[in-house]
Design a binder for this molecule. Structure first.
Ligand code: GDG
Length: 754
C-alpha cells in the first residue's frame, strides 16, 4: 500500500520562533489540537497502523522568513514537518483581528452586536487564505490528505478543491456554528463564499449535533440544498457533516495527580486556605466566557448566603488574550473594576472573597488548582466545547469536586452529571454554588465517576481516529456517486445481459426519463412511438415492466393503463399490476392534505406561472415556468413553512427539480422497488430515472450486480451510469425492443451511436 501524506492546517504553527538578545529561541506550543493529533499519530505508530508516510503542519509561524530560515533544521519535530505561511503584518492583522476575531468569532458565538463587517478586512481574510493555498499547492500531490482547522480558514477547502478536485479534505470547526438567522446577518457574498469554502471539504466536523444541524439548515437556506442523512450533494460531489466532540488527553490529566510538583502545589494551596472552600475558574479573557456574569453570580451568592462569609474563596484565573481588539481590552477593565469593588465592599482584613490573577498558569499550577478546588465554576455564554471542564473532570483522581457548567458549552452535552446552569441566570448559579459546596462526598463521587467515564470513552485520540475513519467512509461513498456516462462498451455489455437474461425487470421513471420536461405535467402525454416501444417490450413474457412515477394514478392509468405493464404511482403510494385493480400502500393517511394544499396555494399566488398539482396521497408545487429568482425565493419560504407544519407529522417535504412535494413518510421509490424485487427472481434489471426521488431506487439496487441503473442528466448520482437525455433512453429501449423482436440474435448486439 502506498503511503499518503497528511497535511494539518491551522492558523498558527504549533511552534513559536523568537529572537531574544540576538539568539533564536524555539518554543513548541502544545495546545489542545496538537496533543489531539500527536496522541492519535503516536497511537497509530504503536499499533503499526499509521497510514501516513509524513505529517506536515501548515500555519503562520509568528516570525519573519529570515528568522525562520535562521532556525533551520532545529525546527523539525518528531511528529511534524513544519510548512510556514508568511503573511504581511497588515494583511495578518486584518485577517486575524479584523475579520476572524471581530466578525466571525462574535457572530458565531451569538454576539451579533459585537460583530464588525469591514469589507477591507474580508479582502484580507481571502488574501490570507490564498497564502495558505499557495504553500499547500507547492507540496500537495495525488493521494494526500488535508485536515483544515477552524474559523480562520473557512474558505480554504473550496480554494484547494478548485485547484485539485481529487484531493481528500477534512475540515473541523472548533467554535459553534450558529443558527441560519445569525449566519445570514453577514453580507450575502460572504455567506456564499464561506459556505462554498466549507463545502469544498469531503467531511465537515462539528462538536455537537446542534452545530451540525445549524450548518445543514444554513446550507439549505442559502443554497437551497437539502441533505440526506447529513450528506449534501454539492457540485457533483457528496459532502458530509458529522459530529466529533473534541476531547483531551485523559491520562495526562488523570496521572498528573501524582506528579510531585502538582502534589506539592496542591498541598500548599490546601494549607494556605485551610478550612476555606475553594471555587476555581480559568479561561481566556473573552466576552464569550461569561466572566462578568460569573462575578455577578458570586456576589449574589455571598449576599444571599452570608453564612459563607469567611468560609469560601473564589480563585479566578483569566488568561490574557487578543488584547489588541478593543472589545477584549474593555472586558479587562470591567473585570478589574468589578473585582476591586467586590473586595472593598465584601472583603475584610482577614478574608479576601476573591483572588484574581490575570496571567498564564503553568501546567503544574493549573492541575494543582483543578485538584485542590471544591468547585469548578464554568459559565460561558457560548462555547464550542470547553476543554477546561473536561480537564477538571479528568484530573480528579480523588473522585471529589463539583462541576458547575453552563448549558451553553458544547461540553454540557456529554457532562450531564455536572450541575448545569444557564449562564445569565445569576440566582440559579448562586443556588448551584451553594448546592455544590454542600454536596455529600458520596454524591460528588457518583457524579465525578460518571463524568470521567464519559470523557475517557471518547478521549482525544478517539476523536482524531473517528474523524479519519469517517473521512475515508465519505470518500468511498463518493466513488459510488461519480458521473459515468454509458459508453459503447458498457452499452454492449448491457444489451448482451438483456439478451441472455431469462427474467428481466425494467423500472422506468416517467417525467424527465421517458418524456422530456414540458411546461405543464398534462402535456407530457406519451407519443405513439413510446407506446409502441413499451407495448412491444411488454409482449415478451421475459420482460416485467414497471412505470414507477410520482404522478397520480388517474393520469398514468389513462396514458398507459391499456398496456400490459405494471404501474407504481405517487412514488409507491398506489400500485397496479398489469390488468389488475389499483391498490393502496397500507398505513397511508391524508388528513394533512387540505392544510398543505392551502399553504401551497397561498405561495403559488405569490409566484407567477407556478402551480399546484394535487394527487390522491401527495401534493406538489411546481415552479419550472416561473422566473428563476422569485421562484427560488418563494420555494425557500414555502419549504420552510411546510417544514414547520409537518415537523410533528408522519409526512415528508421533498425538494426536487423545480418542485416541492409533500407525501407520507416511508413512501418512496426505494421502498416500492424493494417490494417489486420480492415478486420474482430477475437476472437482469434496468432502472432509469432523472430526479432526486429516483436516487432511493438507485440506492436500493446498488448492491445487485445484474442491475444497470441509469441517471438521466449530467449530475452525479448513485446510479452506475448516466445518459444525457430522455431521447437517449427511448433509443436504448428501442434497441431492447429490436433484440426482443429479433429474438436476440448476437448480430443485433451492436451499440447504436447515441
Ligand atoms: C476553542 C473553542 C473548544 C487555559 N488557561 C490556561 C491553560 N488553558 C488551556 C486549558 C484548555 C485550553 O487552554 C482552553 O480550551 P477551551 O476549550 O476552554 O477554549 P478555547 O481556547 O476558546 O478553544 C473551545 C476548543 O477550541 C477546542 O476545540 O473547546 O470551545 O473556543 O486546554 O487547559 N493552560 C495552561 N495555563 C493556563 O493558564 N497551562
Amino acid at each position: 500500500m502506498t503511503k499518503k501524506r497528511l497535511f494539518i492546517v491551522s492558523n498558527r504553527l504549533p511552534v513559536n520562533v523568537e529572537v531574544v538578545n540576538d539568539k533564536t529561541e524555539i518554543h513548541p506550543s502544545s495546545g489542545g489540537l496538537v496533543s489531539a493529533i500527536s496522541s492519535f499519530l503516536d497511537d497509530e505508530k504503536e499499533k503499526k497502523l499509521n497510514k501516513y508516510s509524513d505529517t506536515y503542519w501548515v500555519g503562520v509561524p509568528g516570525c519573519t522568513a529570515p528568522v525562520w530560515s535562521a532556525a533551520g533544521q532545529d525546527l523539525n519535530d518528531d511528529n511534524y514537518k513544519f510548512l510556514p505561511v508568511f503573511i504581511s503584518k497588515k494583511v495578518y492583522d486584518a485577517y486575524y483581528n479584523g475579520l476572524s476575531n471581530s466578525m466571525l468569532w462574535p457572530l458565531f458565538h451569538y454576539f451579533p452586536s459585537y460583530a464588525e463587517f469591514n469589507s477591507d478586512a474580508y479582502t484580507s481574510y481571502k488574501k490570507a487564505n490564498e497564502e495558505f493555498l499557495e504553500v499547500l499547492l507547492k507540496h500537495l500531490g495525488p493521494g494526500d490528505v488535508v485536515w483544515i482547522h477552524d474559523y480562520h480558514l473557512l474558505p480554504l477547502a473550496g480554494m484547494i478543491r478548485n485547484e485539485l478536485p481529487e484531493i481528500t479534505i477534512g475540515f473541523f470547526l472548533h467554535i459553534p456554528f450558529p443558527s441560519h438567522e445569525i449566519f445570514k446577518i453577514m453580507p450575502k457574498e460572504w455567506q456564499e463564499h464561506i459556505l462554498e469554502g466549507m463545502l469544498g471539504a469531503d467531511l465537515i466536523g462539528f462538536h455537537t449535533i446542534d452545530y451540525a444541524a445549524h450548518f445543514l439548515k444554513t446550507v439549505q437556506m442559502v443554497f437551497g440544498l437539502q441533505n440526506e442523512k447529513n450528506i449534501i450533494e454539492y457540485k457533483n460531489r457528496l459532502v458530509k457533516a458529522e459530529v466529533f466532540p473534541i476531547s483531551i488527553d485523559y491520562d495526562k490529566f488523570h496521572d498528573a495527580w501524582d506528579d510531585p510538583a502538582v502534589r506539592e502545589k496542591r498541598h500548599a494551596l490546601k494549607k494556605q486556605f485551610n478550612e476555606r472552600k475553594i471555587i476555581f475558574s480559568v479561561d481566556r479573557l473573552d466576552y464569550t466566557k461569561g466572566v462578568y456574569n460569573r462575578l455577578k453570580a458570586y456576589e449574589y451568592f455571598l449576599s444571599n448566603y452570608p453564612e459563607y462569609h469567611g468560609k469560601v474563596v473564589f480563585i479566578m484565573n483569566v488568561v490574557p488574550s487578543r488584547d489588541s481588539i478593543s472589545k477584549y481590552a474593555e472586558r479587562k477593565k470591567i473585570i478589574d473594576e468589578y473585582v476591586g469593588n467586590l473586595l472593598s465592599t465584601v472583603g475584610t482584613v482577614t478574608w479576601q472573597p476573591i483572588i484574581y490573577q490575570y496571567a498564564n498558569l503553568d501546567f503544574d499550577e493549573l492541575v494543582a488548582m483543578y485538584t485542590s478546588c471544591d468547585l469548578a465554576l464554568i459559565t460561558p455564554i457560548r462555547d464550542g466545547m470547553n476543554l477546561v471542564a473536561k480537564e477538571f473532570v479528568a484530573s480528579r483522581r480523588d473522585e471529589r469536586g463539583v462541576l458547575v457548567l453552563s448549558e451553553m458549552a458544547g461540553a454540557a452535552r456529554e457532562l450531564t452529571y455536572a450541575l448545569v446552569i444557564n449562564p445569565i441566570d445569576t440566582e440559579e448559579i448562586a443556588l448551584k454554588i451553594k448546592e455544590g459546596l454542600e454536596m455529600t462526598g458520596a454524591e460528588q463521587a457518583m457524579r465525578m465517576k460518571a463524568m470521567q467515564k464519559a470523557v475517557q470513552r471518547y478521549s482525544v485520540n478517539t476523536w482524531a481516529a473517528d474523524f479519519f475513519k469517517k473521512l475515508e467512509g465519505i470518500r468511498k461513498k463518493q466513488k459510488e456517486f461519480e458521473v459515468r456516462f454509458l459508453d459503447n462498451d458498457s452499452r454492449i455489455e448491457l444489451l448482451g445481459s438483456f439478451n441472455n437474461a431469462k427474467s428481466r425487470l425494467l423500472l422506468l421513471d416517467y417525467d424527465g426519463t421517458l418524456k422530456p420536461f414540458v411546461s405543464h405535467p398534462a402535456l407530457a402525454k406519451p407519443d405513439d412511438n413510446l407506446l409502441e416501444i413499451l407495448r412491444a417490450l411488454a409482449e415478451d413474457k421475459r420482460n416485467h415492466i414497471y412505470i414507477i412515477s410520482g404522478r397520480d394514478s388517474t393520469t398514468l392509468g389513462s396514458w398507459i393503463g391499456h398496456l400490459p405493464i405494471n404501474i407504481v404511482a405517487e412514488h409507491g403510494a398506489k400500485f397496479r399490476d398489469a390488468g389488475q385493480d389499483w391498490q393502496n400502500e397500507p398505513s397511508i393517511n391524508t388528513e394533512w392534505l387540505p392544510v398543505v394544499e392551502e399553504i401551497m396555494m397561498n405561495h403559488a399566488r405569490q409566484c407567477e406561472r407556478s402551480f399546484v398539482e394535487k394527487k390522491e396521497f401527495s401534493i406538489a408545487w411546481h415552479y419550472r415556468n416561473a422566473e428563476t429568482a422569485p421562484g427560488k425565493l418563494v420555494a425557500d419560504e414555502l419549504y420552510n413553512e411546510l417544514q414547520q407544519y409537518t415537523s410533528s407529522l408522519k409526512i415528508k417535504v421533498v425538494k426536487g427539480n423545480k418542485i416541492i412535494e409533500v407525501r407520507n413518510k416511508g413512501i418512496n421509490k426505494g421502498v416500492a422497488v424493494n417490494r417489486i424485487l420480492k415478486t420474482g427472481k430477475y437476472d437482469f434489471t434496468l432502472a432509469c430515472g432523472d430526479d432526486t426521488t429516483d436516487e432511493d431506487m438507485f440506492r436500493q439496487l446498488a448492491d445487485i450486480k445484474s442491475a444497470y441503473t441509469i441517471k438521466i442528466g449530467p449530475e452525479a448520482s448513485y446510479a452506475k451510469y448516466n445518459l444525457y437525455t430522455p431521447q437517449m433512453v427511448t433509443s436504448l429501449l428501442n434497441t431492447l425492443k429490436d433484440i426482443v423482436e429479433h429474438s436476440g440474435k448476437p448480430a443485433q448486439l451492436k451499440a447504436t451511436g447515441d
